[in-house]
Design a protein around this ligand. Structure first.
Ligand SMILES: Cc1cc2nc3c(=O)[nH]c(=O)nc-3n(C[C@H](O)[C@H](O)[C@H](O)COP(=O)(O)O)c2cc1C
Length: 197
């Protein structure tokens, strides 16, 4: 049974089959890939993160999965701070490079190694990254799920966002080395109740 919708494409029911649970990330994962910078005890670091989600508007809360084998895990747990960065498509290969090496394997830190420009943040010690479209300074708001799920709940305490473009071309990880690039926007503002916008 096919029904037309506002896009004048037909809506259909899909035939489905059982799917391996360890591969469902392919469908649920693709928020924009971000970088997370951290600093503690004179050391600073960067990692790539695809598993994150908004958890509140005000305060602005963001949950990030940081694997306990990552060096970042210790730096964030000790400092209770981080900066979440939004890279655009031009940084894709850098994002992959940062996410494929652990800090102790390198001689210098990852900012230097990957030719990124660190800048001083306003409210936290972790550095901003000048080449990223946006930098969100965060303080750890809740560590209750860290031991069990490696989930850090951050509160964004300061946001630095580029003046243009309004919508950066972001990259979204689908697993298996495949990325989706953000595409065109469709506005449906008029169909929203104001309180839902
Ligand atoms: C596209 C991509 C997405 C990733 N997403 C995550 C993630 O959500 N959580 C995580 O802990 N590691 C993730 N990683 C792996 C870390 O970035 C990687 O282990 C990194 O080397 C950690 O650096 P560190 O040990 O210096 O902290 C991702 C890597 C890539 C390439």
């Amino acid at each position: 049974m096919r029904r037309p919708n506002a896009w004048e494409v037909s809506v259909k029911a899909y035939r489905k089959k059982s799917f391996p649970l360890d591969k469902i990330r392919r469908f649920l994962e693709p928020g924009p890939v971000v970088l997370i910078s951290s600093a503690h005890g004179g050391e600073r670091n960067l990692m790539t993160c695809g598993w994150h989600m908004m958890l509140g508007f005000e305060p602005a809360l963001v949950g990030c999965f940081i694997w306990d084998q990552n060096h970042t895990f210790d730096l964030v747990r000790r400092s209770r701070q981080a900066v979440i960065h939004l890279p655009a498509l031009d940084l894709l290969d850098t994002v992959i490079g940062i996410g494929n090496v652990h800090a102790p394997e390198l001689e210098g830190d990852k900012c230097d190694h990957f030719g990124l420009t660190p800048a001083r943040a306003k409210k936290v010690k972790a550095p901003l990254v000048a080449e990223c479209y946006a930098n969100f300074e965060c303080k750890l708001a809740d560590a209750k799920l860290v031991n069990r799920y490696s989930l850090f709940v951050f509160e964004v305490v300061y946001a630095h966002v580029a003046a243009s473009p309004k919508y950066p071309t972001t990259v979204h990880y689908r697993g298996d080395g495949v990325f989706m690039i953000s595409g065109r926007n469709v506005s449906r503002r008029s169909r929203f109740r104001p309180e839902m916008l």
